[in-house]
Design a protein around this ligand. Structure first.
Ligand code: FAD
Length: 468
């Protein structure tokens, strides 16, 4: 008997329940990847870069076991592509790992219905989360909107077992007419990706090495270092998780001997974001808290452009936005700062920020990105209240106390002493001159002073509250 194993966001061969099942049940397996671009959120450039490498790697790993990853370009037609392949190899079954975004759920359930109607067995598996969103509910049977009780509840639920498919036992179906990864043309035509290669090994080996570092001390020191912008205090596993090159269950198992409670809590935040997006499926486009749909979010392209390019005149924000552009990743603390500044100081729509992140992050993830932006904008579940306005100067002083992060990404300010590195507009002009800085030329004047931005944000909030 034969089956199709449809890889999506589970681009790995370990802890893969669908693959395990197919092998254990003795199917001859066609490993398949269909490149499709979601209509609502077409894949961003940085994610395409990552996907290219993840697919190359998965293909090579499969090759090592005598299998061939069959690749098809099925943009917006996964349905027809899959049905045609089922017919072609006369497959008895199709297996996949479940997805949780509304568009994917709809697509998967339609495909499942159609295949089952023609007598093909379809089975889906839990592989990407610790707990699936529909398995966690509060005492009234409703979804959670606050993280801490959600997390407490999750800790009572036994973990799914780690599955290690025995690939030496697998038998494979091979088709000759698939595409190569290169033929998907995922890599950029202009090479803006040098920094990505410097920072990342986008293969399973990269995840394994980061996981080792996590177990070797990073997880234990996580609470101390996780907010420090210049430290490698966090795991940087997010893109591997986003593409499923590693599973959260694998991470939990790898850390079972380590004191890693604070770190593991963050993995549950990831689950929580999926819980929210699953139960409130429109929140990728609109605030979860209904009253916030009336907030007068604005868009000023000039301001947004400066923010995107890292030219706001707030050094910590500019460093973070340039880190994102250069590496495809940004530190979580920095994400919170740049999001707060965009939405509050500059009064821009959080969706504009979410879209930019979507396009530029290698770990772009609809659930996490939506929750992160709604948290920052104060309009989501368990969000930071809108009136909590991060000060870009004090945030820099606190989380980049030696100015290392700022100097790395905003080198034109590097000669400034620490006192002014967070707020060059306050530096005496003689000092600026000595440091070779001309504000407005070699480095921008701030779009507005942080105190003005704070006032504008609080005024807008008050006016909004009065209007309700
Ligand atoms: P670690 O600190 O090592 O954490 C381990 C894992 O836990 C992460 O890989 C991630 O999967 C999960 N995690 C950690 N913090 C969070 C969090 N706050 N929310 C949800 N999950 C978390 N994360 C994404 O993966 N994709 C996104 O598109 C994304 N967009 C964001 C947008 C904004 C505005 C904000 C504030 C946060 C966003 N995050 C997003 C969450 C978080 O910033 C990243 O997951 C984290 O920085 C990834 O780095 P790390 O792997 O070193 O994290």
């Amino acid at each position: 008997k034969s089956c199709i194993l449809w890889f999506r966001k589970d681009l790995r061969l370990s802890d893969h329940p669908a693959l395990d099942y197919a092998i254990e049940e003795g199917y001859s397996i066609l490993p398949l990847y269909i490149f499709e671009d979601a209509e609502a959120w077409p894949m961003g450039e940085a994610s395409r870069w990552w996907l290219h490498h993840a697919l190359m790697d998965l293909g090579e790993q499969l090759d090592g076991f005598g299998a061939k990853l069959h690749i098809v370009d099925g943009s917006k037609e996964a349905h027809q592509t899959l049905s045609a392949l089922v017919k072609k190899i006369d497959a008895d079954a199709v297996f996949w790992s479940r997805r949780y975004e509304a568009e994917s759920i709809l697509q998967d359930s339609e495909i499942k219905k159609e295949l089952m109607a023609s007598g093909v067995l379809v089975k889906s598996f839990s592989a990407s989360l610790i707990n699936e969103p529909f398995n966690v509910s509060n005492q009234s049977g409703k979804p959670y909107k606050v993280f801490t009780p959600y997390w407490k509840k999750c800790r009572e639920i036994p973990l799914r077992e780690l599955t290690q498919p025995d690939l030496s036992k697998a038998s494979w179906q091979k088709l000759e007419d698939g595409l190569t990864v290169e033929e998907l043309e995922l890599l950029p035509s202009l090479s803006w990706d040098d920094g990505f290669y410097e920072m990342w090994d986008p293969h399973r080996s990269g995840a394994a090495s980061l996981l080792n570092q996590l177990g070797d001390g990073r997880a234990a020191a996580y609470s101390e270092n996780r907010d420090m912008l210049a430290e490698s205090g966090t795991s940087r596993l997010s893109p591997y998780l986003a593409f499923g090159q590693i599973s959260p269950i694998e991470i939990i198992h790898a850390l079972s001997e380590v004191k890693a409670e604070d770190y593991l809590r963050q993995l549950y935040w990831r689950d929580f974001s999926y819980h929210l997006l699953y139960h409130f499926p429109k929140t990728d486009k609109e605030p979860l808290r209904e009253e916030w749909r009336l907030f007068p979010w604005g868009v000023d392209e000039k301001i947004v452009g400066k923010w995107q390019r890292g030219e706001t005149g707030y050094p910590v924000v500019d460093a973070a936005m340039r880190e994102l552009w250069h590496t495809g990743w940004m530190h979580n603390r920095a994400r919170m700062i740049v999001a707060s500044v965009l939405v509050k100081h500059f009064q821009q729509d959080w969706m504009v920020g979410a879209q930019w992140f979507w396009d530029t992050l290698v770990d772009a993830d609809l659930a996490n990105n939506t929750m992160g932006w709604q948290w920052s904008a104060g309009c989501g579940a368990d969000a930071a209240p809108y009136f909590r306005v991060f000060n870009p100067v004090t945030q820099g002083q606190k989380f980049d106390p030696d100015g290392i992060y700022i100097r790395k990404y905003v080198p034109e300010l590097s000669a400034l002493p620490n006192k002014y590195i967070y707020c060059p507009w306050e530096a005496p002009s003689a000092l600026l001159e000595d440091c070779g800085i001309v504000l407005g030329q070699s480095y921008p004047q701030p779009i507005l002073l942080p105190s003005e931005g704070r006032k504008m944000a609080l005024d807008a909030y008050q006016a909004f509250k009065n209007s309700l």
